[in-house]
Design a protein around this ligand. Structure first.
Ligand SMILES: C[S@@+](CC[C@H](N)C(=O)[O-])C[C@H]1O[C@@H](n2cnc3c(N)ncnc32)[C@H](O)[C@@H]1O
Length: 254
C-alpha cells in the first residue's frame, strides 16, 4: 500500500450500517414470552415453570445492552482494523460479501484512490435492516458514490468469474448462513486470484447458527486452498465487551 490509510471519520450526516432496533425488539420479545410463560405456567401448571423467569431476565439485560448504542463507531473501528490488516494495494479489486449497508466496501473505496470495489448481498428482510438503497446512500454520505457499486448476489453463488478479486471480505455474514455455509466459503475462495486475500469478521461462536471459530474451521479453510490461515481477535463492545475474530487466509498460488 503506497500511502497510509485515511481514518473513516464520521462528520455531518451519519451512514446507516444497520440499527440495533431489531436486536432490541427480538430480545424484548423473547423476554416477554418467557416471563408470561413462567407466570402463567406457574399459576396453572407447575410452580417449577417459574424458573423460566431466569432466561427472561437474561434477554431483558441483552435488550438493554443493545439499546445503549455505540454500534456505528464500533463498526467503523473494526472495518478500519480489517483494512489495515489486509493491507490493500492501489489498483486492486475488492468484493464485500453480505455487505448490508456497505460497511467494508465503502471503507475500501475510501482507503484507495484507484480500485474496483463491489458489495453484494441478498438483503434478507430480517438481515440487519439495510437495503441496496441504504448502501448506495451510505456511499454518498461517505463521499465514495462513484467508487463502489452494489449488486444483488448470493454468497453461495457469487456472480463473478474464477480468480477475479484480489480481496474478498465480509463482516458478520458467514455465521448467519446456515444452509450452504461451506459452499459460500468455497465461492469466496473461487473468485479470489491466486495469492488473493480472504478476510472475514465473525463472532467467536453462536449456538443457534452452529457457528464456531475453531480448529475445524481452520482445517476447512485450508482444504479450500487457503494458506497462512489465522484468526486475529478484535475487541468490540456491542452489545457487550467481547472478542470477535478476523479470519484471514491467502489463496494458494498453485
Ligand atoms: C449481520 S448483517 C452484516 C452486514 C454488514 N456486513 C455489516 O457488517 O454491517 C448480515 C448480512 O448478510 C446478508 N446475507 C445473509 N445471507 C446471505 C447470502 N447467502 N448471500 C449474501 N448475503 C447474505 C444479510 O442480508 C445481511 O445484510
Amino acid at each position: 500500500m503506497e500511502k497510509p490509510l485515511p481514518q473513516s471519520g464520521l462528520v455531518g450526516e451519519k451512514p446507516n450500517y444497520g440499527g440495533t432496533g431489531w436486536h432490541v425488539f427480538i430480545n424484548l420479545f423473547l423476554s416477554v414470552i418467557l416471563l408470561s410463560t413462567a407466570t402463567l405456567g406457574a399459576l396453572f401448571f407447575h410452580p417449577l415453570l417459574l424458573l423460566l423467569a431466569l432466561p427472561s431476565l437474561y434477554f431483558l439485560v441483552k435488550a438493554f445492552l443493545w439499546m445503549k448504542g455505540g454500534m456505528l463507531e464500533e463498526k467503523v473501528k473494526i472495518r478500519d482494523e480489517l483494512i489495515k490488516f489486509v493491507h490493500p494495494k492501489e489498483g486492486c479489486r475488492v468484493l464485500d460479501v453480505g455487505t448490508g449497508g456497505g460497511l467494508l466496501a465503502i471503507g475500501f473505496a475510501k482507503a484507495l484512490e484507484n480500485c474496483e470495489v463491489v458489495g453484494i448481498d441478498v438483503w434478507m428482510k430480517l438481515g440487519g435492516g439495510t437495503t441496496i438503497k441504504t448502501a448506495e446512500r451510505n456511499a454518498e454520505i461517505e463521499g465514495v458514490a462513484g467508487k463502489v457499486r452494489f449488486e444483488v448476489g448470493d454468497a453461495r453463488k457469487i456472480p463473478y468469474p474464477d480468480g477475479y478479486f484480489d480481496i474478498v471480505c465480509g463482516s458478520f455474514v458467514v455465521h448467519v448462513i446456515r444452509k450452504g455455509r461451506e459452499r459460500a466459503l468455497r465461492e469466496m475462495v473461487r473468485v479470489l486470484k491466486p495469492g488473493g486475500k480472504l478476510a472475514l469478521i465473525e463472532p467467536k461462536r453462536e449456538a443457534w447458527t452452529k457457528w464456531k471459530v475453531n480448529d475445524e474451521l481452520k482445517a476447512m479453510l485450508e482444504e479450500l486452498e487457503l494458506e497462512n490461515v489465522k484468526f486475529h481477535p478484535i475487541s468490540i463492545s456491542y452489545p457487550r465487551r467481547r472478542n470477535v475474530y478476523l479470519i484471514y487466509g491467502e489463496k494458494a498460488k498453485g
